[in-house]
Write a protein that binds this ligand. Sequence first.
Ligand code: NAD
Length: 443
Amino acid sequence: MDVTIFGSGYVGLVTGVCLAEVGNNVLCVDVDPKKIDLLNSGGVPIYEPGLDELVQKNREAGRLNFTTDAEAGVKHGLFQFIAVGTPPDEDGSADLQYVLAVARSIAEHMDTYRILVDKSTVPVGTADKVANEVREVLKRRGTDLEFDVVSNPEFLKEGAAIDDFMRPDRIIVGTDNPRTAELLRALYAPFNRSHDRLIHMDIRSAELTKYAANAMLATKISFMNELSNIAETVGADIEKVRVGIGSDPRIGYQFIYPGCGYGGSCFPKDVRALEQTARALGYDPQLLHAVEAVNFRQKTLIFNKIHQWFDGDLKGRAFAIWGLSFKPNTDDMREASSRVLMESLWDAGASVRAFDPVAMEETRRIYGERPDLVLTTDAMSAVEGADGLIIVTEWSEFRSPSFEAIKKALSSPVIFDGRNIVDGTLARAAGLSYLSIGRAPLT
Ligand code: NAD
């Protein structure tokens, strides 16, 4: 089938590549000429495991092409996927300007029936807005071409995006038109073979399903973080509590790890956007508000521990940071806890020596060259001469370090573990103090 994807970011590129991989003829459109040039010359603008190989393979097979030409995109595909960003507006609601711009562009250039498939995460009611936008442009053009708008939210996880798309837990298709639902079912058939995972529902429920999923996951994290702070206060160990509650199948072990807060391009913005949607309609979503408030506080926790440990005397100190991306296996630093931490350290007059397996370039792009930020070529170089080691992202390679080497390299022997991933008793045995989340310090 012929498919067009507007937006070649994490979602658009992965969707395009995976649809091409099963034999479709995919044209990806993006407004960023640098991104398109890079893709056309065989590069990939983001880090995502397995993505480079699939882009290369499908480009070479001629099934995957890239352009900045929106008109060519509209002419190409029966399916017109919208996978552009929906960043937070000033009040936290989703900014729909990019989604609506794509809708107008499709309406401007279409000359036959088109299916607009919304993959971006958008508030309930957006499909109606998209349809209105298209109708207005078509009216101005003096035509009444047929079209459909489908809500098809994406659930992929950065770091495992290809696998999530290829083997989805569910495929949500929101449309009131049974014929369009069947066309989407056919497009997704290669990803839906072992058993039926396609869930067909009305458009509004599909739009809300995406927010509901992210809000639920964010709630689990904030709940555990709230509990971890209580555990510290009452002298309990949150890791023991975690194992104790996770064994109940109604609770389960997934997504109940305590830590220094969630980040990324989805949870923070989606929880806020859902809160705003509810507020705009006169409902006070108290739980959602608390989920974000707890997370905001959690992102300052490590800095507060450091501040307390050094009696507020941080000026002129240097700290090693392991992990900058918002989670492992991605270079995405949107709303990452590392950013709150680094900025607080800089405000306090301290400097940072940081290492991340893939997010160094992204860090350079965000912060540029500055004297209080040294990006090192490996994890141990970051620790050299630092006043403490802070673990912010739970990359596998940080889990079993040589505590003896860390002790030797640090000028002040203390580890702040923002993800509870290293063995504190081993750190302590090597002569390091160890502070973590939701447990008593080992000093
Ligand atoms: P992104 O910022 O990585 O990519 C968006 C792309 O859209 C950019 O390359 C931008 O240049 C392009 N763009 C903007 N306006 C355009 C236009 N008019 N025509 C063509 N291209 C245009 O964003 P992302 O992370 O891929 O997220 C896209 C959407 O998917 C968001 O709504 C997000 O909430 C949602 N989502 C993201 C994830 C994730 O893990 N990143 C997962 C599920 C859903």
